[in-house]
Ligand binder design. Structure first.
Ligand code: DAH
Length: 346
């Protein structure tokens, strides 16, 4: 090799090593440069070895050149190592000071539907699909709509069954049932009509685990020509299956009395929680659902609908009780409380 070339090689090697060190950003990368160039078997050492075999005059030239190379590269290596160590230390410290061990990340709170909203939505979806109108009615009601039009005159003993919260206003009370929705709707619509109306009712009652002065009911009414008990039973079944999200719920009806229907019935469903009798059905395999029947002609008349031409069915079920059954809730007060610990379970 010509000595002129050797000078070039030394220069290029130096440039290469310095560039590599400059590029190295971590301790590991700097160490890699050392392993590549500065070990005893590395290119710098190899060049130094060649000094031994050189003639004296070349040694004079290349000795200092190679010494410079070795010194410069190893010094730069040491410096660069210190630099990156320092940079890494600062970065780590910064990270540490940014990490706040007292920081508190609240759990994400998700909203959920109240059990009432959930079951009402389920039921309404099914009844809408069957062509029913979903209607709202008022909670502050007059005596005619809540009682008289429903064939419950003032002296009727049925009034005693529904202890009423009267308001300090003339002829105003808190509705005792959702049946007022029947009257309000029939006063404004002609048959054929079919409605479902859910909402809050009020009774003058002492509160305990199964009674509250306020509770929810769902009322259903259909008025058309030739409505039969079979139509009623089909509607009740659809209602139960929507509410309990179960198919083929078995039910039975028993004769009963409500002034606004004739005949009146009480519906029971076969217990869906057991096969042999349980605490929910009290061992009977049947669960009471609520009242129903074929609309009394007096009710139609009160709404100026001709009972000779039209008839209908109605049912009114305690949605509070049914929701409690569905979810196994044993205290009505928690359902109405707005207690978040309770509601978060849904
Ligand atoms: N309104 C009744 C109550 O609150 C329930 C009821 C019974 C509603 C029979 C009806 C029905 O529509 O046909 O006790």
């Amino acid at each position: 090799m010509l000595m002129r070339d050797l000078k070039k090689i030394i220069r290029e090697l130096e440039e290469k090593i310095l560039a590599a060190l400059n590029k190295a950003q971590t301790e590991k990368e700097v160490e890699q440069v050392r392993l590549d160039y500065l070990t005893r078997q590395g290119p710098v050492a190899q060049l130094m070895n060649r000094l031994k075999t050189m003639e004296a005059k070349d040694k004079k030239v290349f000795g200092p050149l190679l010494n410079d190379l070795r010194q410069k590269t190893s010094e730069t290596f040491e410096q660069r190592l210190l630099q990156v160590k320092e940079t890494e230390r600062i970065a780590l410290q910064k990270k540490k000071t940014l990490f706040d061990v007292t920081a508190y990340k609240p759990k994400t709170l998700y909203g959920s539907l109240h059990p009432y909203s959930y079951v009402i939505e389920k039921i309404e979806n099914v009844f809408i699909s069957m062509g029913y109108a979903i209607v709202d009615s008022q909670e502050i009601e007059d005596e005619f709509t809540n009682f008289e039009a429903l064939n419950i005159p003032a002296d009727h003993p049925a009034r005693d069954m529904q202890d009423t919260l009267w308001l300090d206003l003339p002829d105003r009370l808190m509705r005792t049932h959702t049946s007022n929705a029947q009257i309000r709707h029939m006063q404004q619509h002609k048959p054929p009509l079919a409605i479902l109306s859910s909402g809050r009712c009020y009774r003058y009652e002492a509160t305990d685990a199964t009674h509250d002065y306020t509770f929810m009911q769902t009322e259903c009414l259909m008025v058309a020509e030739n409505i039969s008990m079979a139509n009623l039973i089909a509607a009740i079944k659809a209602f139960l299956e929507a509410l309990f999200e179960k198919k083929d719920i078995k039910m039975r009806v028993r004769p009963s009395y409500f002034p606004f229907v004739e005949p009146g019935i009480e519906a029971d469903m076969q217990c869906i929680f057991c096969t042999k009798g349980c605490s929910v059905c009290k061992g009977t395999r049947w669960i009471e659902i609520g009242g129903a029947g074929l609309v009394h002609p007096n009710v139609l008349k009160a709404c100026k609908i001709d009972p000779e031409k039209y008839n209908g069915f109605a049912f009114g079920f305690g949605l509070t009780r049914l929701t409690m059954l569905k979810y196994g809730i044993n205290d009505i007060r928690v359902l109405n409380s707005g207690n978040l610990d309770f509601l978060r379970q849904f």
